[in-house]
Design a protein around this ligand. Sequence first.
Ligand SMILES: [Zn+2]
Length: 200
Amino acid sequence: MSEPPRRSGTRAVPRILQVFLLCASFVAVHFSTAAPAQAYHHLCGSFYGVSGNDPISYKYSKITNTYYNAFNGAQGRWDTTSAPGYFRYEKNNGDPEVEVRDEGHAWDDWARTSWQGCTFGYWSYDEVYIVFNTSTMRGLSAREKKLVAEHELGHAYGLDHEYYTCANPGPAVMRQGTGKFSCGSDGPWYDDVKGVKAKY
Ligand SMILES: [Zn+2]
């Protein structure tokens, strides 16, 4: 991938620049004083032709047991929800919709989901890339790693970050940082699923 990621993953401490970019993208939402109709936000893209129980293919291009467990648990959790589509492992697919790997990086994100562009509301080439940063995620528990993976899959579905607390309007894996870790037993939660359903 010659292009840098378009969107950072879960962050413990957002950089000012990225906060600015997010605000610039969603000025109307972030600076409104009106009560939000919902918490979720959408990214530009989504998977093409996914509805009902259609498969969304994924493959690991490089993965260790720890992050395999995190991702595998996360895709399984998403599949238990009523969000459209289900994640299907396709070992021999040369061009899966989700390509997953783990790597040590100097950047301070826990993980990143990236894409090559958006065309008419769909991911270009119907493809996203998820990278887990083994350098920054090392200290997270297995459950926390799984929640980070659920967050990245939320991006893959086309969800952007949301900024509310566990209590108002409720937990969401799309919340950034450590706050979501104490929100309850497991995600994805109501707002996440609602956001995906609204997208598809
Ligand atoms: Zn994120």
